[in-house]
Design a protein around this ligand. Sequence first.
Ligand code: 0L1
Ligand code: MG
Length: 265
Amino acid sequence: MTLTSGADMEIVEYLYSAEKEQREVVKITDRLPELSFEDAYLIQEKLIERREIDGARRVGLKLGLTSRAKQQMMGVHEAIYGFLTDDMLGFEWEPIDFDQLIHPKAEPEIAFMIGEDLQGTSVTAEDVLKVTKYVAPAIEIIDSRYLDFKFTLADVIADNCSSSRFILGSKWMKPDSVELGQLGMVMSKNGIVAQTGSSAAVLGNPAVSVAWAVNKLGDAGRGIKKGDIILSGAISEAISFLPGESITVQFAELGSVTMVCKSGK
Ligand code: 0L1
Ligand code: MG
């Protein structure tokens, strides 16, 4: 352990207040260069518990670093996971308020709606598909609390994997009605193509990514639950946006999802 007792809660308040006050902060490994992934997940858990004290409710999970390209960029061989809470849920018809965010970026994702509890340490993509009621197009808004979005793996795990908001498309489909492992995707900003990709970028198939997370949770004696929403990982690089801009993610077969950004100022 690299964390002294009390230091974890100090970091939780540091990250939580940065989010609430829309402030970038210096990454925590500048002070704690030896911070282990285990301790970083411990801080993440306490950060979510802190949000729960303020009334937030866990509604699911999100995966990060699920593409080989992003893993290579970070010099890691594994994905990471964080938690989604109800206050992160945005809607297509309700503009996202830029003033509540720091330096947001949007990512194209496929969301899984889970219909049955699932727990284990050797869970497969097939097991995940069996308990998946629907899949849907999604946009995840990531908003690292760290200066210039620069961090180590331990930093980003502690910061709940940069989670900020997510928006789900209105077309939810049965997972066996689409080729989940090879869905083409186009992400446009203000009607102009910004990124293209395939769902294969997410560990070959987004269901593999979800199975990875279930096994990771299983190692800690936890699982996913009926009703959970799981964001399976970004299909392309994230793109930044400003007030007045809109982003649409269009999938082959799976439909589209749009977000609009406004400023209250
Ligand atoms: O959801 C994600 O893919 C983000 C994971 C954390 C890394 C980042 O903020 O870019
Ligand atoms: Mg993401």
